[in-house]
Design a protein around this ligand. Structure first.
Ligand code: ADP
Ligand code: MG
Length: 696
């Protein structure tokens, strides 16, 4: 495989420099390795020859064998077409060309047997096939069996490079190439019953049977996921054994006095457990890299705060970063409110922090009098210099790139401990891939007294009664969110309905103050509006999804989500998490058109049935398919994935993980000769994506 990575595709027979350039430009195929790893996404079956009599409506592409009976050029100008009659003895079919007419007319004969391959359609009661592939019987011999259909780009098609052409290049290359050297250790092939690499590569491009194809796909998926798991495990084992960091040996005054005097409630069992896990981590002298997963409202902020107090107790500073100004602001207020009584110095740094305030922050950070800095990206961008940063907490980490995170600790001397918090529940196997080198803690318990949010699906014509419900909540002293979608493609329209919605609400509930927040507002105005709502001065908040993550107003007991059909499950779950944060019964009303697609209805109905974030995340993944997940997750994965899909290949991930653990238990550095080929392959695979910067 190694030499394949060095073989430029322009030297691959049939390709040449000009097409090589096109393949690189459109498909990022640069080397022979890339070429043979450009896998088909589906297959054409050329194992059977059908007869015209056997044709039925809606067949995929099929082969027919017979002769042309006549050729006629019909129409004129742009509508010129060549129509040939093709007969196989059982019936006739019209074959139509709109392009390349001259070429076809000159090259096709009537007295010769041909094999056509194309999708049959009916037109005016007659069978038709347009632009089929055409081979003479001799040419067709090499085409039999299943053939891959390759992902392509429009640009390549315009250059007349199609799936068939790619298939030809790839298979010609495979034919000219000796056996591909095995990359995985023999022990792994054996214990997981994998198809050898050479077979798998050949099968995937030119399957012999569907069952063998299946085995080939499994093998190739396993390979990709096994690289990831091995790499992540080696990394985290190395980190655990090497990466030196500060030792927080004492639980001191800040932590204890906070616990004794400031804590407004008892910690939940899950919170206590996670704090214990964190305490153990930070007391080893090695760097902590821990992810805390906890559903919305599970009380992650408090856990983070207690971890920060540990840092302070050991003479270090701590910082906490959130993805938006609003969130950072809320964290700041919450934390300051909680620790002010014991004299901890907390400050907020965001894009809108004034120059003067910034100077103070810089100074206090440098001289060590600032204990906790809360902020947004600004913390990374600013020339912030900590005196001694001991712990960095990152809230909702998926919105921060890994590289961005890395900037945080190049500033200290030793890397600080890292605590990442997310409310995005991720199924276990997916977490292994995406967060594979983090240790994971789960807060799987909500604070006591929470009643699950009651979720209702309502249609537009029921709006009156929804408004009456809102009125009752307001009369009882509660607060209400009304959320509108604001999605780029439709921005103008959405902005209008948002504004109209706001006006309507102001009209109907004219006794109450209504706050109004959307992405177009200046940060200061947004903050002001949020503040109005958070303080309870405004009883209603009309907003777009800017309130999605983390905002905490326990007195808000009702959320109305307009055009709920336009939101994804996970997003609805995140939004709904804004209510149900106090002891009172809360409601989430999903407003929708009555006419919606079946899968949309399924989505909304599921929301009315469960509040379990993990159930919702799994359903979301299943329903949305891999696409979206890949978009959000792939950025965190250090290897190119050609065939494996972390969202759906959970079983293979689990197997890869187990197998990698076993392999590394026996040979931690892959130093044994039997693992040498694998070690090289792993290194080559990760070298390709060297720009990926690691968390530690
Ligand atoms: P999230 O995990 O979504 O970030 P928060 O940290 O914002 O959740 O906490 C949600 C709410 O629950 C806050 O109002 C917080 O004060 C409260 N809370 C956190 N822990 C507890 C607890 N152990 N008992 C009662 N309320 C709690
Ligand atoms: Mg939070």
């Amino acid at each position: 495989m190694n030499s394949l990575r060095r073989l430029d595709i322009k030297y691959v027979k049939g390709i040449g420099p000009r097409r090589a350039e096109l393949l690189t430009k459109h498909l990022d195929i640069r080397t022979a390795y890339d070429l043979v790893h450009h896998f088909p996404t589906s297959y054409l079956d050329r194992s059977t020859i059908y007869t015209v009599r056997e044709l039925e409506g809606d067949m995929p592409s099929v082969q027919l064998k017979g002769r042309f009976v006549s050729f006629n050029v019909l129409g004129e100008g742009a509508r010129t077409r060549l129509v040939a009659l093709f007969s196989d003895g059982t019936g006739t079919i019209e074959v139509v060309w709109f392009r390349g007419i001259k070429h076809m007319r000159e090259n096709l004969r009537t007295a010769t047997d041909y094999i056509l391959f194309g999708k049959p359609t009916t037109f005016n009661g007659r069978w038709q096939m347009s632009h089929p592939e055409i081979d003479t019987v001799e040419q067709a011999v090499g085409q039999q069996g299943m053939r891959g259909v390759y992902p392509l780009s429009e640009g390549l098609r315009n250059q007349n490079i199609g799936s068939r052409q790619l298939h030809q290049w790839i298979t010609a290359f495979l034919d000219s190439h000796g056996a591909f050297a095995e990359t995985l250790p023999a022990s792994v092939i054996e214990s997981c019953r994998l198809m050898p690499l050479d077979r798998a590569i050949r099968e995937i491009h030119r399957p012999s049977t569907p069952a063998q194809l299946q085995k080939a796909r499994e093998r190739l998926k396993f390979e990709e996921l096994f690289y990831i798991q091995t790499d992540m495990l080696m990394r985290s084992r190395r980190r655990k054994s090497q990466s030196e960091s500060f030792r927080f040996a004492r639980v001191g005054q800040w932590f204890n006095s906070f616990y004794a005097t400031c804590l407004p409630f008892d910690l939940t069992g899950a919170q206590k457990r996670v704090i214990k896990e964190i305490r153990a981590d930070v007391n080893t002298g090695r760097q902590m890299n821990r992810l805390v997963q906890g559903d919305v409202g599970s009380g992650k902020t408090l856990v983070a705060l207690m971890a920060m107090l540990l840092a302070l107790d050991n003479g270090f500073q701590a910082c906490m970063m959130a993805p938006t100004e609003i969130l950072a602001g809320q964290h700041f207020e919450t934390i300051r409110g909680l620790v002010a009584p014991i004299g901890i110095n907390v400050r907020l740094l965001t894009g809108s922090t004034s120059a003067k305030q910034r100077r103070i922050i810089h100074e206090e950070l440098r001289d060590g009098t600032l204990h906790i800095l809360v902020g947004t990206h600004a913390v990374l961008e600013d020339p912030v210099q900590f005196h001694n940063l001991g712990l960095a907490v990152i809230d909702e980490q998926h919105r921060f790139g890994v590289a961005q995170r890395a900037r945080l600790w190049s500033k200290g001397q030793l890397p600080p401990h890292i605590l990442v918090m997310t409310a995005t529940p991720i199924p276990r196997t997916l977490a292994m891939t995406v967060y594979g080198d983090l240790d994971v803690s789960v807060i799987d318990e909500l604070p006591p007294g929470r009643k699950p949010v009651t979720t209702l699906l309502r249609y537009d014509e029921q709006r009156e009664s929804v408004y009456r419900g809102i009125g009752r909540q307001l009369a009882a002293g509660r607060q209400v969110y009304i959320v509108y979608p604001l999605i780029d493609e439709n921005e103008k329209l959405d902005l209008r309905s948002l504004n109209e919605g706001y006006d309507t609400i102001c009209d109907i509930f004219s006794n109450y103050r209504v706050a109004f927040v959307h992405g177009r507002l200046k940060p200061a105005e947004k903050d002001h509006q949020m503040q109005l709502f958070a303080s309870g001065e405004a009883r209603i908040l009309v907003a777009t999804t800017v309130i999605e993550v983390g905002v905490n107003v326990p007195n808000a007991t009702t959320m109305v989500i307009e055009n709920a059909e336009r939101f994804g499950l996970s997003q609805l779950h995140q939004l709904r998490g804004r209510v149900g944060r106090g002891a009172a019964q809360s409601y989430c009303i999903l407003m929708s058109k009555r006419k919606i697609a079946a899968d949309t209805r399924e989505r909304l109905t599921l929301m009315t049935q469960t509040t379990d974030g993990f159930v919702i995340a799994e359903a979301d993944m299943r329903m949305r398919g891999p696409g979206d997940i890949e978009g959000t997750m792939q950025s965190g994965i250090p290897f190119d994935l050609h065939i494996a899909n972390p969202a759906t290949d959970g079983d293979i991930i689990a197997l890869a993980r187990q197998t990698a653990e076993k392999l590394l238990d026996n040979d931690p550095d892959l130093a044994l000769p039997v693992n040498a080929a694998f070690r090289t392959a792993l290194r080559d695979a990760s070298a390709r994506t060297a720009d990926w910067s690691r968390i530690s």
